[in-house]
Design a protein around this ligand. Structure first.
Ligand code: ADP
Ligand code: ZN
Ligand code: ZN
Length: 750
């Protein structure tokens, strides 16, 4: 049995992306199973490469002399034959490959994270080899001989048969000579063992038990009911921040873990604050772990290994934690399910939500999604009855919902106010500062950077490597936010020579300067990409604000997440409509989410909060509905637009993206593929090809082709057509110098 293995070679060439057959040496037959990562001799030169076992058989049609042997297993620990995860991982990778388009090797790499090249941490240990009787005998022998050092070590080993080497040498003061002697006489062995680092140092405490609200209880019981019946369902929990969603997650996870199953809890990286983690640590103690970007690759691999060994019940983390190798997964929770970071932006471009649902189906687990502003996709599926919808309608933390005012910046301009702050916001800021209350100013500049232009001819300064405008920074330099290109601010216009250059520094820096000028006594903190580039600075700024070391916090979308600030009674949203200009169909959805979240920052404490939304489009439904905190109203208007336009979730959309250093090559390839798809599927709506919204980044030209269609399967066929054409070129040995990516139901502008 298991004489031959089908292996995918870990290599980026899609020409070689097919299974190769290898012989499994006798010594490895026990250990190898689907999902095992092995070393194999590959090619004519027999270079050793990594490979993924995807299947095992006893027969193979090839003559034995043409086969090579597997050389060894990449990591011993991750190949236990009682670990069923590998089989799931291979099936999941196959699903991912078919659904999103990528090589099998890339899909396997995604779902088998523990096979990363990270070096395991090894530690030397001293282990007793004798049976208890033999040990006692030996102890007497040492006593008789007055070998006190050996006697000391042996009695320690009788107490605890495995001791760290460093402890033996440094604390027990046993010399290397003594150790060697005892090793030689078969008393002990010195071994290298892998140690698994544990990032969690908080102990489990008696967590208070809350009396759940009726809505919470309903949500918990419906999920647990499905779980007990073995139904793999999806529940969407719609509730504002503070409505008790996390409490629901914890109750469900606790019950499912009590039945011997495990849980994956996904939280976007930016919301993985210490406060949040602490709640889980208190409930699950050392049975919970976390994989965040704060951990090294080795530490992350250790956490997956601990899960595989059954040392954990709960894994918390961003997207990648989804592939935790639990043996009996029971539930996957996705908090803030609307976040775009759940979409993987490299191949395979999978969406975490859909991958989670697929995994849950394969493993008989339940899925729970939670958000204050659910994605259009999830809410649409809930409306169609695919997901169960549970609402949490009250804020349990007390506090009242803030009152929201919209100020029309066009009117301000007509009234002669040229400041970036409306008269109403200025008035409220003064009041709050006088009253010793805190203020947050949120600058919505998602997807848009500032720009520098000529006031005479309108020339706009652009990055020489990217198709984006440069923005002006303090110190008189112009910066590209994509590639980091930097140049001194221009003194004259290169087009017409005019000295009147306008720096639209509509950024956080400018707001900060304005605040200093208008309110010189106020203490101001600023949080944006520039002030948070150093490690830990994000948390530092937030906790400094929480400790009331500042009156005003200015920031980009970063400040709408994370900490609770009970003293904040005023939130100003500047340029609320800026994100509406992003050139993709999700702009309205994103704007609504951002504004709703930002508005929700006010009035968390005892005093009621006020929110001022400054906008040039006061009548846009995304802005009006966010102001009235009306999710359902927003959904109704947005879904109408998506239906009319055949955008997801009303239909599906496939973006085929082309990148090349050679503009004409990328364009030609996009044209060819568009033509082939049009020919094969004459009824489909194929848009483009056209230059991408960022037509050039870091000197790489980008083109895109969109196909809109109700049936996802048809789009998969379009992808297959394109792939077949690319394969055909490759087989002919033609290097097109164009990279092609598939993006199903894209959520980030390309
Ligand atoms: P969300 O995840 O929706 O923001 P949380 O679960 O964090 O909400 O709950 C918000 C606050 O309300 C927390 O401090 C939590 O301890 C508290 N809370 C949650 N459920 C209850 C309950 N049933 N009774 C009293 N307090 C609760
Ligand atoms: Zn000019
Ligand atoms: Zn650039």
């Amino acid at each position: 049995m298991n004489k031959y293995a089908q292996i995918i070679v870990d290599i980026a060439l899609s020409k070689l992306d097919r299974p190769f057959t290898y012989r499994v040496p006798e010594s490895l037959r026990e250990a190898i199973q689907p999902g095992t990562v092995v070393n194999i001799p590959f090619g004519r030169a027999n270079t050793i490469r990594k490979g993924y076992v995807i299947g095992l058989t006893d027969q193979c049609g090839l003559p034995d002399e043409r086969l090579k042997d597997i050389e060894g297993i990449v990591r011993e620990e991750s190949s236990r034959s009682d670990d069923p995860y590998g089989g799931y991982a291979v099936r999941l990778a196959a699903w991912m490959r078919a659904r999103y388009g990528s090589t099998m090797a890339a899909a396997l790499k995604t779902v088998l994270p523990s096979s990363s090249a990270a070096k395991p941490l090894m530690k030397r240990e001293v282990r007793l080899l004798l049976s208890p009787e033999e040990a006692q005998e030996k102890l007497l022998f040492y006593q008789k001989k007055h070998q006190v050092a050996r006697e000391r070590l042996l009695s320690e080993l009788i107490r605890v048969p495995r001791q760290p080497y460093s402890l033996v040498v440094n604390k027990l003061h046993i010399s290397a000579q003594n150790l060697r002697a005892m090793q030689k006489s078969g008393v002990l062995a010195i071994e290298e063992v892998r140690t698994l680092r544990n990032p969690v140092s908080v102990r489990k405490t008696q967590a208070q038990t809350l009396v759940h609200s009726r809505e919470q209880e309903e949500a918990i019981q419906s999920v647990l009911g499905d779980f007990e019946r073995g139904e793999s369902t999806v529940t969407l929990l719609h509730g504002i921040t503070g409505s008790g969603k996390t409490e629901v997650y914890i109750s469900i996870i606790r019950e499912i873990c009590a039945q011997g199953r495990q849980a994956i809890m996904l939280i976007p990286e930016i919301s993985l604050t210490y406060q949040t983690l602490l709640r889980f640590y208190r409930h699950f103690g050392s049975r919970v772990s976390v994989v965040s970007s704060a951990l090294s690759a080795g530490e992350k691999a250790d956490q997956f290994e601990r899960a595989r060994r059954g040392e954990l019940d709960v894994m918390i983390g961003p997207r990648s934690a989804l592939f935790t190798p639990f043996s009996k997964l029971g539930v996957i929770v996705i908090d803030e399910e609307h976040e775009n970071s759940y979409k993987n932006e490299s191949m395979p471009k999978y969406h975490t939500r859909d991958a989670a649902i697929q995994i849950a189906k394969m493993r008989g687990a339940c899925v729970v999604l939670g958000s204050a502003t659910p994605s259009m996709d999830s809410y649409h599926r809930a409306m169609k009855g695919e997901f169960r919808l549970c609402r949490l309608s009250q804020r349990l933390t007390g506090g009242t919902l803030p009152s929201v005012e919209i100020t029309d910046m066009r009117q301000e301009l007509r009234d002669g106010n040229r400041s970036i702050l409306s008269a109403r916001l200025q008035e409220l800021i003064t009041k709050r500062l006088d009253g010793g209350e805190q203020i947050m100013l949120f600058l919505n500049r998602r997807g848009v950077s500032g720009f520098v232009s000529c006031r005479s001819c309108g020339f706009v300064f652009k990055c020489p490597h990217c198709d984006v405008t440069l923005s002006l920074h303090r110190g008189g330099r112009m910066l590209c936010h994509y590639c980091g290109h930097e140049e001194p601010a221009a003194k004259v216009c290169p087009e017409c020579g005019s000295p009147y250059i306008l720096g639209m520094r509509a950024g956080t820096q400018q707001v900060e300067e304005t605040m200093h000028r208008m309110y010189p006594k106020a203490r101001v903190l600023r949080m944006d990409a520039d002030t948070t580039s150093a490690k830990g600075s994000y948390e530092r700024i937030l906790s400094s604000f929480a400790n009331e070391e500042a009156d005003i916090l200015i920031g980009t979308q970063m400040i709408v997440k994370g900490h609770d600030f009970p003293k904040v009674t005023l939130v100003g949203i500047l340029m609320a409509d800026l994100s509406l200009y992003a050139s993709d169909y999700c702009a309205g959805e994103r704007t609504f989410q951002l504004l709703t979240q930002a508005a929700g920052r006010a009035g968390r404490g005892e005093s009621p909060g006020t929110v001022v939304i400054q906008t040039y489009q006061p009548d846009h439904y995304s802005i009006r509905r966010a102001a009235s905190q009306d999710y359902e109203g927003f959904y109704e208007e947005e879904i109408m637009y998506r239906e009319v336009m055949h955008y997801p979730p009303a239909a599906h959309m496939l973006g085929i993206q082309f990148q090349s250093e050679l503009e004409d090559r990328a364009m030609a390839m996009a044209g060819y593929i568009a033509m082939r798809i049009r020919k094969q599927f004459p009824d489909l709506t194929v848009i483009g090809p056209a230059a991408a919204s960022y037509g050039r980044l870091r000197d790489i030209y980008r083109f895109v082709l969109y196909i809109k269609e109700e049936s996802y399967d048809t789009l998969m066929q379009c992808k297959d057509t394109a792939e077949a054409y690319l394969d055909c070129l490759r087989e002919k040995g033609i290097d097109t110098k164009v990279q092609v990516f598939f993006d199903f139901d894209p959520v980030n502008p390309y």
